[in-house]
Design a protein around this ligand. Structure first.
Ligand code: JFZ
Length: 500
């Protein structure tokens, strides 16, 4: 019986996630063929060109921080791991099954009485992020557990009730802003323990009354965040998939309007709200809702075309899943600095921002492995950041060697797969008017030889430029070849196509 129930649950969850959340982004998006009337569509143009949005486009690398009560258990309780009982470390409140501690939810909901991070130093975090090369950061003001890290007037379940008492959101916003890092606030609509919250569409009078109260509370909190922290650049919304929220499209449309009016230039991703037909992220005509695509979570698009010209961010965990602190990193694959650099370059080469998540512990310290990765990424970015910041997708054939990015007349090849013959061969369309003419290694400034190799493959639309990597050049990680482009000095031969 139990196993049948489990199978049904898994199947239902699978359906929900495959259709609504995952399936939609793991391949090319199919644009609707017939036009649908949409009244509650996007409130902003598809490609905003204001200064804030241009800054967003140029960030390249960001930092996500998931911090809240879940940092105290760190994915375990009294020596028992929650790995088999909860979906992720920040979801530990949902721990169920044979490994779950007795009265666990009650224990969790009382953790705030112990939240007293003695080592928390927002300035230290901000300095680390700066050294890593992050240009923006996203901070969890309130996750699904509903606990607010700022002294909100609209709920008693907030930081002032903890022994720590002080406004953590303010400390974070101030410290990062002082380092020149733009701040975005993560905000979960969904709340697990709010008696006014419900996940299905409110039907009865009582449900409607409660949910209306919940909507008002959400609005109050958001306006409060804007009033308290006017420096923020945007919101990163989450927990917006429940039917209650989906059906409240009239309210959410007006709320977005109000937030934007209160805070000109505000950036909001596609996860905030849906149209009146229940379409999330993209409206019924396939038009993006909000300023950038916010669905690339622990996954990356394979093809540039899939993005349809939209701005986007990819948010990534170091462990396979788990955004909040996890004490124990053993027995799971945790991404290496090289893995993350590959994902970073993959992302920026397709015009996205790569946002790496950190989950500090209950005292406010990063996991030692996170410290190590931040340092290694920073060391790499100091040398190669030019290939990451302010660059665009290069409209050239893909290369197996790594990733191409471009800024004006500079073309960057970040080499992950160094060829055994040390010849980095770049395919350029024969008709191109700009081709690589000069090349240097970003790591040491060494000038590299560039040769035109018109290899003449039948029916090939490309010609080739070879950059010679010095055989004695040693690289511990991916390295960047910076090329300057100019008019081709030699023409590509027009060869006769073979007759068959
Ligand atoms: C959500 C949260 O539930 C999670 O705890 C974390 O904060 C993460 C950043 O966001 O998780 C999601 C949300 C959406 C999808 C997957 C995980 N999705 O659409 O595929």
């Amino acid at each position: 019986m139990k196993s049948i129930l489990k199978t049904i649950c898994v199947a239902v969850l699978g359906l929900i996630f495959s259709q609504d959340s995952y399936g939609q982004w793991t391949g090319p998006k199919v644009k609707p063929t017939k036009h649908t009337e949409v009244k509650y569509g996007s409130l902003t143009p598809e490609h905003r060109t204001d200064a804030n949005m241009e800054a967003f486009r140029n960030y390249g690398l960001g930092q996500f921080i998931h911090w809240g009560l879940y940092a105290i258990p760190g994915n375990e309780w009294e020596g028992v791991s929650a790995r088999k009982g909860a979906a992720a470390s920040e979801w530990i409140r949902t721990w169920s099954g044979p490994t779950a501690p007795k009265n666990w939810k009650e224990t969790y909901d009382n953790l705030y009485k112990k939240f007293d991070p003695k080592d928390f130093d927002a300035k230290q975090w901000a300095k680390q992020a700066k050294d890593m090369g992050a240009k923006y950061m996203i901070f969890t003001t309130k996750h699904h557990d509903g606990f607010a890290l700022w002294p909100t007037k609209y709920s008693g379940y907030n930081i002032t009730k903890s022994p720590y008492k002080k406004d953590i959101v303010k400390e974070v916003v101030d410290a990062y802003t002082a380092e020149g890092i733009d701040v975005y606030l993560y905000f979960s609509i969904l709340e697990w323990n709010n008696p006014d919250y419900l996940s299905k569409e409110p039907k009865t009078e009582d449900e409607k009354k409660k949910y209306d109260r919940f909507l008002q509370y959400t609005k109050n909190q958001l306006l409060e965040l804007l009033a308290n922290y006017p420096q923020i650049k945007g919101f990163w919304f989450d927990g917006t998939w429940d039917q209650s929220w989906v059906k409240a499209y009239d309210f959410t449309y007006n709320l977005e309007k109000e937030l934007r009016a209160k805070h000109p230039g505000l950036i909001i991703g596609s996860r905030f709200r849906n149209d009146e037909h229940g379409k999330r992220h993209f409206d019924s005509n396939g038009k993006i809702l909000g300023d950038y695509e916010q669905g690339w979570e622990r996954k990356l698009p394979q093809e540039f075309e899939w993005l349809d010209g939209n701005d986007w961010d990819a948010v990534m965990t170091i462990p396979p899943n788990g955004w909040g602190y996890m004490k124990d990193w053993s027995g799971i694959y945790t991404k290496t600095t090289d893995d993350l650099l590959d994902m970073l370059m993959h992302t920026v080469s397709l015009n996205g921002n790569f946002v790496l998540n950190f989950g500090p512990d209950g005292q406010g310290l990063m996991h030692p492995e996170e410290d190590k990765i931040a340092k290694e990424l920073g060391d790499w970015m100091k040398v190669n950041g030019e290939a990451v910041y302010g660059v665009r997708h290069a409209d050239l054939p893909k290369t197996k060697l790594g990733y191409l990015t471009q800024k004006d007349k500079n073309l960057y090849l970040t080499v992950f797969n160094r060829p055994v013959n040390n010849i980095a061969r770049i395919a350029i369309p024969k008709k191109a008017t700009e081709v690589p003419v000069e090349a240097v290694l970003l790591s040491n400034g060494q000038k590299l030889q560039v040769k035109h190799s018109d290899i003449g493959l039948d029916l090939d639309k490309n010609t080739y430029y070879d950059v010679i990597i010095p055989a004695d050049f040693k690289a511990e990680r991916a390295f960047v070849i910076k090329m300057t482009t100019g008019a081709p000095a030699t023409k590509s031969e027009k060869l006769m196509d073979a007759k068959m």
